[in-house]
Design a protein. Sequence first.
Length: 168
Amino acid sequence: MEAARQETRAESATGDREIVISRLIDAPRELVFEAFTEVRHLSRWWGPEGFTTTTRFFEFREGGEWYFVLHGPDGTDYSGWIRWLRIAPPERIALLHGESRDDPNAFESVLTFTPDGAATRIVMRTVFPTKELRDEAVEKYHAVEGGRQTLSNLAAYVTEIVRKGAEG
């Protein structure tokens, strides 16, 4: 019971700085986790609708980094950088995400992958350094909708892999 109370306090302490997005994906947890941890998959679904991703460098391990460019539908390029902080296959990934390694506004995300029957529930909990940075991400960069679209792209991608596997 004490652990539950501590978790509630921790969540309320960051509540005004966080975004939580969840999605049920009709695919096994191991496949959803793999799609999030192998560059051959990530580059095919990462980003909101209409965006494409070019990976410059990718090393999936604790302390490893992923440098990429998101190409917007209007032709704008957005630099991206992720450092993998903690990895617990196939359950959890913690990462630091910014525009570059020295981005003072980088934010931390924790992704959890939980089995739900034959499906997987992915929860992406992102905590920004300040409430203002969270608000800017929501208002200027449409972070909530972009996050939902990104998880929707992931769901479509792994569902297609499952469908092709069933056919093959």
